[in-house]
Design a protein around this ligand. Sequence first.
Ligand SMILES: [Zn+2]
Length: 331
Amino acid sequence: MSPKPLSRIYAFLCFLFFMLSCSSTQPTLEAANPVSISWFARKHGFVMKTKGAIDNLDKNDISMSFEANSRKLIFNGTLVWLNDPVKTWRGRRVLSQRDIDKTIMPLLDDSLLLGRRGYKTVVLDAGHGGSDNGATGRRNVQEKRVTLDIAKRTRTILEKHGINVRMTRSEDKSMTLNNRTELLATWKPDVFVSIHLNAAQSTTASGIETHITPPRGCAITANSKVFDRDLVQYQNNIYDEGNMSLGYLIQRELIRHLKLVDRGLRRSRFFVTRNAPCPAVLVECGFLSNPAEEEKFLAAEFRQSAAEAIAAGIIAYFDETKSRATHRVRK
Ligand SMILES: [Zn+2]
């Protein structure tokens, strides 16, 4: 072969290698494609009104509010963190395609919810236990005791609704995260909820967070950058849509019942949720490091309200998946 074709082959191989390396380090490039908010509004029949940095979309009983350069979406009054910030692209405000697919559509269309799971068994996971107290407040309220109490109260409510409930622990005992995940693998539940209370350096940090696994390739809410570890596909990622719906409904109910600050439905890759074989959330029901919130958790009525909120979120999720299941049969 003459040198010229060889150099062409070499150039082609370099190009091929470049393309392959791009596709392995940037698997989400296509999924992050921009979609104009006004186009999305028209396509789905929303009336859109823009006021400064805010785009409001309204239709029947659904309202969504997007903010320029922000990952905050207010969906029917509840804060939901987007995977990507709203950006301006070619003079228009845009969302990422993956936020349309993985954040917004699961909230608008319950046909995406059922996935490969049913609606029979819930596993409740009381965070910490035994030698691991979790967070401890100034008045010595221990996270492990509050989470177990809320989990037991939630179980009672769900069982009254005919839902099977299993608990990763029902007494004050030590459990590793692996122990909890192994139980999930054995029990194969339809929903998993891990119950926690928050703590921060600042005593003024306050409010409620619900965490779900972000889709593969997306940053967690606490970071704006994507790291290599964010590119891993976890077992729980096949339930991205179910996670979204379950997480939203539980966060909505926690805010309604407990009336604390709404810190939003957030994305985190926690061990127990990312390895769950079903839609899964981790709730942080309030801050034990905040004296006013610690005080609230001393009252049985407040812990009962937290349990009612978690149960109401799970029941609302099952109602949506069930109505879809019947709908499918009718079709
Ligand atoms: Zn905890």
